[in-house]
Design a protein. Structure first.
Length: 345
């Protein structure tokens, strides 16, 4: 008997319900993730500690009717085995998508690096996130949990999950886009230190219509090991978690002197790049440059992202000014330069 995506989803969801009933700890809360009212139902202490911290700044005080419910669990907490997958190794796509398990209603992907399955039923607005042992989830899942599911939901609701940083001031929000090492995280955190609102340094959701609007997803931030002290951020940031051989991960929620925001109107897209000069300078950039900075990491990292995401990114870079931010070594002045950009462009 061939098992299709609907049958597999139903059986996997039943496993979650059993795991939730058996787990010593099962939490439930309402959040606004990327502007979407999301109910998180998490079974198990390890799963909760790994996945909840990065999004806790977006938790609602009151239970709201969800637009999406994410059910997260593992085998270890409840000793409830997951059903066997009805696909083989040959069914995996290049970004983990499962062939024949992705259609207008269902999206399915398996991340071999995290050993985690993500699946969504758009019709019922329920998503599943499962792994064998939450204690073994890599730290990047803690810093940006449910990323695949949230990208699918954003696309379904007229948005796009972007690989970018975002901050906001009195006159609106600024997106910072670029490859690793371009300075987007540093610029975002220097603005945070200067009193700006922080929406993220790596991933955000952007709605392009009726006007560009950016929504926070995570309160996490990543910096190379020596960057906090080098940029004068050591008294602003909380204790770090060792992310990998080069970077540390910080969770900014409930940290003194840190202002976290849920959303902002997009006024400007900055393309930071590190230079050898002292002063930070700016110059107009083209929509094409912006797409080259955004599209590879925003689209190619995520299963299922494609033509729709590219179309929305294209619309965004046409709708707001794009500016090249040539970062100098006078770090303290970078937020002032960005603030002037908001009035100049």
């Amino acid at each position: 008997m061939t098992i299709g995506p609907g049958d597999f989803f139903d059986r996997a969801y039943e496993v979650f319900l059993t795991a939730r009933a058996k787990a010593e700890v099962a939490c439930r809360g309402s959040y606004r993730l990327g502007g979407i009212v999301t109910r998180l139902e998490i079974a198990g202490v390890a799963m909760q500690s790994r996945l909840q911290r990065a999004v806790c700044h977006l938790q609602s005080e009151h239970e709201e009717e969800p637009q999406l419910t994410i059910c997260a669990w593992d085998n270890a907490a409840s000793r409830t085995p997951m059903i066997a997958p009805p696909w083989s190794e040959s069914d995996y796509g290049v970004r983990g998508e499962i062939r024949a398990f992705n259609d207008a209603r269902f999206r399915t992907a398996f991340d071999h690096g995290s050993d985690a399955l993500s699946m969504i039923d758009h019709e019922r607005r329920i998503a599943l996130f499962w792994t064998r042992d939450a204690a073994k989830l890599p730290l990047h899942e803690s810093g940006a949990p449910f990323r695949m599911i949230l990208s699918w939901c954003a696309e379904r609701n007229g948005g796009v999950l972007m690989h970018c940083g975002a901050v906001s001031g009195d006159t609106g929000g600024v997106l910072l886009a670029g490859a690793g090492g371009s300075g987007k995280s540093t610029s975002s955190l220097l603005c945070l230190k200067a009193g700006w609102n922080y929406l993220g340094d790596d991933y955000c959701v952007v709605q392009t219509s009726p006007r560009p609007h950016v929504f926070s997803l995570y309160n996490s931030a990543k910096l190379t090991h020596d960057s906090a002290e080098r940029f004068g951020l050591e008294h602003v940031l909380p204790p770090a978690h060792h992310f990998d051989q080069m970077k540390d991960l910080f969770f900014l929620y409930d940290t003194p002197r840190v202002r976290l925001a849920g959303s902002a109107v997009c006024r400007l897209l900055l393309l930071p790049c590190v230079t050898a000069q002292v002063e930070t300078t700016v110059e107009a950039a083209s929509p094409g440059e912006a797409l080259r900075a955004l599209a590879p990491s925003s689209i190619f990292q995520l299963s299922g992202a494609g033509a729709v995401a590219f179309e929305r990114l294209t619309q965004l870079v046409r709708d707001i000014p794009v500016v090249r931010l040539n970062l100098g070594s006078d770090f303290a002045r970078i937020p002032d330069v960005i603030a002037r950009c908001l009035t100049r462009f």
